[in-house]
Design a protein around this ligand. Structure first.
Ligand SMILES: NC(=O)c1ccc[n+]([C@@H]2O[C@H](COP(=O)([O-])OP(=O)(O)OC[C@H]3O[C@@H](n4cnc5c(N)ncnc54)[C@H](OP(=O)(O)O)[C@@H]3O)[C@@H](O)[C@H]2O)c1
Length: 271
């Protein structure tokens, strides 16, 4: 599998501009929490989230960070790809993105996109590339085009309440050696409240003395999925970091009872 940092920090909280508290928490994630991977996208606030990451790069130093950025499907063509990538590089204030993803498939031409990603690698503007929100049939199509097998990562929606990808996408990605990264790893507050009503989950939290959010991140890691999360709060950040070192091996059956894995194909869920 492609080697990614253990977990990453999301940036949609900067959609409307840089919020100081959120920025300082992101900085604490890097400096105190050892988080290197920062996830952003040209779509988020039309570049405002990339600008916040640019400020982080200036503050923490480019070498301490692993930057993930995403291009919109309507820009993944010969005319718009490089202007889009160059704008992102300029907002980030760096000359190279570590991992560049196609944000979702829509009607992007996969052969053209893969070839442009390889051109960007050759130009030293990105190190590796991948996709996001690709279901199994999308990955199969990608594997058919030239350079498609150079895709390194698929970023998808996954957490204990949304396990659909375990049925066919996860085994397919393993077979192809492509890594999974999850967004909305912590789902919504309402979804988390529903999880806290499950006896098995409450028991695990008591035994391990961790928060539900930490358990959710540990769940994704246990299933080989690299989780993204975001928070404005340093205290939530510290709770979440505990999840990155939590081994949930002995609780797997209890979690499966509370949140059963899929027994048939579930079409890709998105946020
Ligand atoms: N590829 C895609 O299509 C896609 C889609 C969505 C997101 N993403 C990426 O994935 C990143 C993360 O996903 P997400 O934005 O859905 O966020 P998330 O990390 O799943 O959830 C964030 C929410 O959880 C809360 N939270 C975090 N830690 C907590 C804790 N310990 N206790 C209580 N609440 C806690 C946060 O509130 P507080 O701030 O109050 O802690 C915030 O409301 C995004 O920022 C973005 O970079 C990608």
């Amino acid at each position: 599998m492609f080697n990614l940092p253990k977990a990453g920090f999301g940036t949609t909280q900067f959609w409307y501009g840089t919020d100081r508290e959120a920025f300082l928490t992101m900085l604490a994630a890097v400096r105190e929490g050892g988080i290197r991977m920062i996830d952003t996208a040209e779509m988020y606030g039309d570049g405002r989230c990339e600008e916040a990451v640019g400020e982080l790069i200036r503050t923490a130093g480019r070498d301490s960070l692993y930057i993930v950025d995403k291009i919109l499907p309507e820009h993944a063509n010969a005319r718009d790809f490089f202007p889009s990538l160059d704008r992102s590089l300029s907002l980030l204030g760096t000359d190279c993105i570590d991992l560049y993803l196609l944000h979702w498939r829509e009607d992007a031409d996969l052969a053209e996109m893969s070839s442009l990603m390889e051109d960007a690698k050759a130009a030293g503007k990105i190190r590796e590339w991948g996709v996001s929100n690709f279901d199994t049939h999308d990955m199969e199509d990608l594997m058919q085009v030239r350079y498609g097998d150079r895709c390194r990562v698929n970023q998808i929606f996954y957490n204990p309440l949304h396990r659909g990808i375990e049925y066919d996408l996860m085994p397919y990605m393993k077979e192809k050696n492509i890594s999974l990264m999850s967004y909305s790893s912590l789902d919504t507050r309402t979804a988390r409240r529903a999880l806290l009503e499950k006896e098995e989950i409450v028991q695990i939290l008591k035994e391990e003395n961790v928060t539900l959010e930490a358990l959710m991140l540990a769940f994704n890691l246990h299933h080989g999925v690299c989780p993204l999360f975001q928070t404005k709060s340093v205290s939530h950040l510290r709770d979440n970091l505990k999840g990155l070192d939590l081994d949930i091996g002995r609780h797997v059956q209890a979690i499966d009872r509370a949140c059963p894995p899929p027994s048939s194909k579930v079409p890709m869920e998105k946020r």
